[in-house]
Design a binder for this molecule. Structure first.
Ligand SMILES: Nc1ncnc2c1ncn2[C@@H]1O[C@H](COP(=O)(O)OP(=O)(O)OP(=O)(O)O)[C@@H](O)[C@H]1O
Ligand SMILES: [Mg+2]
Length: 364
């Protein structure tokens, strides 16, 4: 074959490897990396220039599972795969990956290295978490709604009786105070029950064009007044290019109000509340779903954060660490976001703060 033809063939193969959507890293039996495609650069954070020619063992010193897989494949010539347990740490990011390590075999049958394929499974992990969460909420929701129904009638009876009793006492009787407490507390239970029943029932969204920044701005304005005695800084970073989205105004107001109130509750006498918005142009909600444009609204505070053992529970009805909290706020938020075909995520750094991210599709 002429040099020219050889070159053309090499270019062709290089283009093929570069176009593969999964990360591909080839390691020679000497332990040196001979090839690294763009998807692998993306996952590992190493550029092709850094990777090619470098020692695999040195570059991936932290990833013991990968080292063992490559070692074993080079020694034994067998294919090894791990779809579950491997993560790749690049600067500032941990990417869960499904890995397969194939032997690189020459025409003569000699094993001259290993080919590592890395598939980024971040979105699969996120979906799994979302499904787990939805499962748990639906079981609990059904249970809670059943209970709410049962409690509603006797509660009405108690309230009615307390109201009758109230009429029996003289205006100056101190018993009146007790009947008022009874009535007030039954009303509180009634409120919780109504929220619960609403949570469990499907509803139709009243979709209208919504200016998200207007809703957020109004809530922040009101809350700023509510915490006037505290040193809380309100910071807004809004992306002005975000268009109106079709959504239910009342529900979105409730959603953001809940999240902003939680952030304010979490901070003490001073703190920073940041609300920002941006467009994600390439977000994929499910493995095979078309990529779609989403708006991301982030609400972050520098409060005490949420302990890791509580993180999974915060969406559960009645989970609250506050003395007067019902623990329904975030359950309601979760429902509102799902009804708008969006996603809600939380990241928390105990001691430093918490960030809730709401993703909503730009087009409903
Ligand atoms: N920004 C935050 N920082 C720290 N903890 C938080 C934050 N947001 C929520 N939490 C935790 O999650 C729990 C549940 O929140 P949720 O809004 O569901 O209920 P709540 O605020 O306690 O009561 P309510 O029903 O009145 O909203 C809170 O009690 C708190 O422990
Ligand atoms: Mg709340």
């Amino acid at each position: 074959m002429t040099d020219h033809l050889q070159q053309q063939r090499d270019d062709y193969y290089a283009t093929v490897i570069d176009s593969v959507g999964d990360g591909v890293i080839v390691v020679a039996s000497s332990g040196l990396i001979t090839l690294c495609n763009p998807a692998a650069e993306e996952i590992t954070g190493f550029s092709k220039k850094q990777a090619q020619g470098a020692e695999f063992r040195k570059l991936f010193a932290l990833e013991t599972t990968l080292l063992e897989m490559v070692d074993k494949t080079i020694r034994t010539g067998i294919t090894i795969s791990d779809q579950e347990n491997v993560v790749v740490r690049s600067t500032g990011r941990i990417t869960p990956v499904a890995v397969t390590c194939y032997p690189l075999v020459e025409g003569s049958g000699e094993n001259i290295g290993a080919i590592l394929t890395l598939k980024d499974i971040t979105y699969i992990r996120e979906l799994e978490a979302a499904v787990r969460q939805a499962d748990r909420l639906s079981t609990l929701g059904t249970l809670a709604a059943g209970l709410a129904h049962e409690v509603k009638n006797p509660l009405g009876g108690i309230k009615g009786a307390a109201q009758l009793l109230e009429r029996e006492f003289e205006p100056e009787s101190e018993m009146l105070e007790y009947t008022r407490v009874m009535i007030r507390e039954t009303e509180r239970i009634d409120h919780i029950i109504r929220e619960l029943l609403e949570l469990a029932s499907p509803r139709r969204l009243k979709l209208v064009p919504i200016n998200l920044h207007q809703i957020l701005g109004d809530i922040l304005l009101l809350q700023r007044q509510a915490v006037a005695g505290r040193q809380i800084a309100f910071i807004q970073h809004f992306d002005p290019s975000i268009p109106d989205i079709m959504a239910d105004e009342e529900l979105l107001t409730r959603l953001f109000l809940n999240l902003i109130c939680n952030a304010i509750d979490a901070m003490g006498v001073d703190g920073r509340l940041t609300v920002s918005s941006r467009v994600l142009s390439d977000y994929r909600m499910a493995q095979n779903e078309r990529r779609s444009r989403m708006v991301a609204i982030e609400i972050s505070d520098d409060g005490p954060g949420i302990p890791p053992e509580d993180l999974e529970n915060i969406w559960t009805p009645f989970f609250s660490t506050k003395s007067g909290g019902t623990g329904l706020g975030l359950t309601i938020c979760h429902k509102i976001v799902s009804e708008h075909r969006g996603m809600i995520k939380v990241e928390s750094d105990p001691g430093h703060g918490t960030k809730f991210t709401v993703l909503l599709p730009l087009v409903q």
